[in-house]
Design a protein around this ligand. Structure first.
Ligand SMILES: NC(=O)c1ccc[n+]([C@@H]2O[C@H](COP(=O)([O-])OP(=O)(O)OC[C@H]3O[C@@H](n4cnc5c(N)ncnc54)[C@H](O)[C@@H]3O)[C@@H](O)[C@H]2O)c1
Length: 337
């Protein structure tokens, strides 16, 4: 049995508590959140210890799941890894690439399993698409197209500390692109607008609608589009186009019922409303895969390095939008190495 400590009992922490509790071979033994009401509620629901601080929770566990606010991730990764515990940390590792590099250096050589919460890698449809690409079913992969639109824009308080659309939201899509490509994008062009909340750009320097084009050294092309509000639900589509075939991993609905009447043909029920339901299976598969990596001593399917490389692409996008030109990833990595 792998004993888990959960740090952070907010929106996603509560979901992870349920996922850990239902995962075979996992036991939630402790939770910690400085907001005691949040920690107490999870402790009560799942019958585990509410620790007095993060160190006590870490001490009790074999594996630590970090679902805290982003600025705390790197410190907690270091604390858990130094205590010899396996770590599952939500994305992003940090918003500052220099802090991510310092964290990598601090934990490398400790020999602990570290997995980053890029849940989309564990979605059955997205994974089947990647596996088909790897088996060569598309012939030569030429283009990857990712659509990722949230159902509604997050509250302003969240957007103020999110790190911006590229580092907070599109980071998932940068990772998904790398996952499918099997090679690194090396040039990034980004643009964006505030179309949903018009004052977002002037007030926070952020946008709510964004498009990115990326290119690998071998010439493969990626297009990612993000919106923070889609009127019809959570829109998650992944397409791979190759010399012999095209593959699509598409949106999911709670059921496949289709309605045909005088007003509509082929009208279905709405898509899943957001990430906890759309990616429930992926979150669960991610935890199961993490436990297997700990047991087998194998490399996780979503590594610290993946977290760092996705942030490099996000930083390149931020710079590209500012400068209005393609940015090479070497311009970003060269500045921190
Ligand atoms: N993989 C995904 O799809 C996904 C989805 C949502 C959020 N996230 C990530 O998960 C993280 C949490 O997001 P959220 O939406 O749940 O935020 P949230 O604000 O709802 O919850 C964060 C919780 O962490 C607690 N916390 C802060 N510092 C702590 C510390 N030192 N120790 C223990 N707890 C601490 C806060 O009190 C809060 O309850 C963020 O990094 C976010 O980017 C990932």
């Amino acid at each position: 049995m792998t004993k888990f400590a959960l740090l952070g009992c907010g929106r996603i922490g509560k979901m992870h508590a349920a996922t850990i509790s239902s995962a075979p071979g996992a036991e939630l033994v402790a939770v910690y959140d400085p907001v005691t009401d949040a920690a107490d509620a999870v402790g009560r629901s799942f019958g585990c210890k509410v620790a007095k601080d993060a160190a006590e929770a870490i001490e009790m566990a074999d594996a630590v799941l970090i679902a805290t606010s982003t600025p705390t991730h790197a410190d907690l990764i270091e604390a858990a890894a130094n205590a010899g515990k396996a770590v599952f940390c939500e994305k992003p590792i940090d918003l500052d690439l220099k802090r991510v590099v310092a964290c990598r250096k601090a934990v490398s050589g400790l020999g602990v399993t570290i997995q980053i919460g890029f849940n989309r890698r564990f979605d059955p449809g997205h994974r089947a698409l990647r596996d088909a690409v790897q088996r060569g079913e598309l012939g030569e992969l030429q283009q990857v197209v990712i659509t990722s639109r949230d159902p509604h824009i997050a509250p302003r308080a969240y957007l103020q500390v999110s790190g911006g659309i590229f580092r907070d939201m599109m980071i998932h899509d940068f990772d998904l692109a790398r996952f499918v490509l099997g090679e690194e994008p090396t040039a990034v062009f980004a643009t964006g607008s505030a179309l949903i909340e018009r004052d977002l750009e002037t007030e926070l320097g952020d946008v709510d609608s964004a498009m990115v084009i990326m290119r690998t050294d071998s010439g493969k092309l990626v297009h990612i589009n993000n919106s923070r509000a889609a009127s019809y639900g959570y829109d998650q589509r992944l397409e791979a186009f190759g010399s012999k075939a095209m593959l699509i991993s598409s949106n999911r609905s709670p059921n496949e019922l289709r309605k045909f009447d005088g007003q509509f043909t082929d009208a279905g029920v709405p898509y899943y409303d957001f990430f906890p339901s759309r990616y429930a299976e992926a979150f669960s598969n991610g935890i199961i895969s993490f436990i297997e990596s700990i047991k087998n001593g194998s490399k996780p399917d979503s590594t610290f390095d993946d977290g760092e490389k996705a942030l490099v692409l996000a930083d390149a996008a931020v710079l590209s939008k500012k400068l209005g030109r393609f940015v090479k990833t070497s311009e970003i990595t060269g500045a921190v190495s």
